[in-house]
Write a protein that binds this ligand. Structure first.
Ligand SMILES: NC(=O)c1ccc[n+]([C@@H]2O[C@H](COP(=O)([O-])OP(=O)(O)OC[C@H]3O[C@@H](n4cnc5c(N)ncnc54)[C@H](O)[C@@H]3O)[C@@H](O)[C@H]2O)c1
Ligand SMILES: Nc1ncnc2c1ncn2[C@@H]1O[C@H](COP(=O)(O)OP(=O)(O)O)[C@@H](O)[C@H]1O
Ligand SMILES: O=C(O)C1=C[C@@H](OP(=O)(O)O)[C@@H](O)[C@H](O)C1
Length: 540
């Protein structure tokens, strides 16, 4: 495999491609190459002189050749000349580079700032004559193409070269999971520090008003989102809802509908949901129902919301009869899992999220289990204040990316949970019963952890897995600080609730169980004796 650039930077003349590119390379301890400097080296003369002697078409040919060579054989930060992306062969080379996982950064400076800087510098033959008018004309031609050929968009208005470089690094190191499939409008889940900086790009130019729905404990993160939205030119309605489950009610939804009505939200406006899974569920529900569906973006701030609730398109509210009884399948336009928000997440809520992470390991991706094993101690001692920039951050980013991929896989062909998606329910049949019997004082991920041990015991009783795998469930989950037993209710109560599980068919129970790590099957209608025996085994 050829050595490819870590990132390619393009943008208008004066955007800072060279200056910021050098800064990025310096911060990442990587080499830097500037296409213009390489061309000058290649032809043995300065660019203005070359333009003068041979003209622009000859320059573009040399330029395209030099760029093609560097895209194939340079491991560092590579900045292009302003006009380079207009050459069709270079556009194709950039597309191939992106196809191999490359990052093409559009360094999008404020036009006024970039134009002034380009004029000041001189040495730019494309600006000969009325420099400002030339710059503006080129901007009009080039800006749409830059958007087209890049896959990372970085606005740098008002930033110092160092600030712009830090933003480029954040954006380039984000992980992207593309969610696509039957009945799904494709969208991306962006994971990493600064993922929220994508808000304006994901919302697009159509919305004028944005309802920013969030809870109070994440105020400092919603302040950032609001600032980004205002900078993007949107009119922002800040809507604070009650924290956690009390936010997921028809009364809260109704209050927001009233506000959207009073404030004149139309079908082309949008919703941003920011917070834990409860806030993103409610925000998605409001977006799905307002005018029969408007655009929405999720900004999950808890681990559980990042790996599970914000992706997959389930939105909803609770009723007095139960959780999530009213809602719809309605996919977001994008999910921005900004790791900086985890800095304020309490330890117990982080650990709870690991329950769903482990589930994804058991049902599909054994590498998740290896990572959990290897880092169990650090994960269990998660401390938000010391998290950003620590080695654990990359471990958590990897776990989030892998878990989101498992979810995306199950959702892609079964948005409405008629088959494959049911496998995401591993550990949930007993888990939901425990949550209900504990009056929701037990957190979901904790109940699912016990539920997975239960499902493993049941699979063992049915002869599907050996005892070692059951023991492995217990040892891994408890090493993460998750519970593996429950003594809070009778078998009769549990059985009655499991019969009301959404997977049950008529009077028959239906479980999701493993037959090996990474492989799940349905277990239909096991005998009550077996179901009870498994229950007995998780009581101590
Ligand atoms: N839509 C789906 O597919 C889906 C899947 C799983 C769960 N869910 C739903 O998600 C909800 C559970 O999500 P959850 O565990 O995130 O619970 P939550 O939304 O109640 O958040 C838990 C607590 O953590 C706080 N919090 C979240 N992020 C924080 C941060 N960065 N800093 C400080 N505090 C923070 C919240 O304010 C809340 O007090 C449930 O309502 C569940 O039904 C939905
Ligand atoms: N963010 C910035 N803030 C202040 N000055 C900048 C910034 N980015 C670039 N510059 C300065 O503007 C000039 C043009 O930048 P340069 O990197 O050569 O642009 P480009 O390569 O995109 O044409 C240089 O003098 C550079 O130091
Ligand atoms: O915009 C252009 O067509 C050009 C931009 C210059 O690079 P910078 O954008 O780095 O100034 C350089 O490649 C040449 O003068 C042509």
């Amino acid at each position: 495999m050829a050595a490819r650039p870590y990132a390619v930077i393009l943008g208008m003349m004066g955007a800072g491609k060279t200056r910021v590119g050098k800064e990025v390379a310096h911060m990442l301890h990587l080499p830097f190459a500037d296409a213009d400097a390489e061309i000058e080296h290649e032809v043995g003369m300065k660019i203005p002189a070359y333009f003068e002697q041979y003209g622009e078409p000859a320059f573009r040919e040399v330029e395209a050749d030099v760029i093609a060579d560097f895209l194939e054989d340079f491991e560092g930060i590579f900045s292009l000349g302003g006009g380079a992306p207009m050459t069709p062969s270079t556009q194709r080379e950039l597309a191939t580079y992106i196809g191999h996982g490359g990052k093409v950064v559009y360094l999008d400076a404020d036009p006024q700032e970039a134009m002034e800087r380009a004029n000041r510098g001189g040495g730019r033959p494309m600006l000969n004559g009325d420099a400002n008018a030339r710059w503006k004309k080129l901007y009009k031609q080039r800006d749409p193409v830059f958007h087209e050929v890049s896959n990372v968009h970085v606005h740098t208005r008002g930033l110092t070269p160092q600030g712009a470089a830090k933003k480029v690094i954040d954006m380039v190191s984000q992980r992207i999971v593309h969610v696509d499939g039957t009945a799904i409008e494709p969208y991306d889940v962006a994971i990493g520090e600064g993922a929220m900086n994508r808000l304006v790009d994901v919302l697009g130019p159509q919305p004028k008003k944005i309802a920013l729905i969030h809870t109070q404990p994440v105020q400092r993160h919603s302040d950032r989102a609001r600032a980004l939205l205002r900078q993007g030119g949107y009119e922002v309605s800040d809507i604070v809802i009650p924290d956690a489950e009390p936010g997921k009610t028809i009364t809260v939804a109704n209050g927001i509908w009233e506000r959207l009505g009073t404030e004149g939200f139309t079908r082309s406006d949008a919703v941003v949901g920011l917070g834990g899974g409860a806030a993103t569920d409610l925000a998605g529900f409001v977006a799905a129902t307002w005018m029969r569906g408007i655009r929405y973006v999720n900004c999950p701030t808890s681990l559980l919301a990042m790996v599970d609730a914000s992706t997959g398109g389930k939105t909803g509210i609770n009723t007095p009869q139960g959780k999530n009884l009213v809602g719809s399948f309605y996919t977001p336009a994008g999910v921005l899992a900004d790791m900086t928000t985890l800095a304020s997440l309490p330890n117990d809520i982080f650990i709870e999220g690991l329950g769903e992470v482990a589930k994804s390991g058991f049902i599909r991706d054994s590498e998740i289990l290896h990572i959990l094993e290897e880092h169990a101690g650090e994960l269990r001692n998660f401390n938000g204040q010391a998290f950003l920039g620590s080695p654990l951050e990359d471990v958590v980013a990897e776990l989030i990316e892998r878990t989101v991929r498992v979810k995306a896989y199950h959702v892609s062909s079964d948005l409405k949970e008629k088959g494959l998606r049911e496998f995401l329910n591993y550990g949930h049949t007993l888990g939901h019963a425990i949550e209900k019997l504990e009056h929701f004082r037990w957190r979901h991920g904790n109940a699912v952890a016990v539920g997975m041990v239960y499902a493993a015991e049941l699979a063992n009783i049915m002869g599907l897995i050996d005892r070692d795998l059951v023991d492995y469930h217990r040892s891994l989950l408890s090493s993460l600080g998750l519970p593996t037993s429950w003594n809070g209710g009778s078998f009769e109560d549990v059985l009655a609730l499991m019969h009301r599980d959404k997977k049950a068919r008529g009077n028959e129970l239906r479980f999701v169980v493993l037959d090996s790590i990474g492989h799940v099957v349905h277990l239909d209608n096991p005998s009550v004796d077996d179901v009870e025996e498994a229950f007995r085994r998780i009581q101590h």
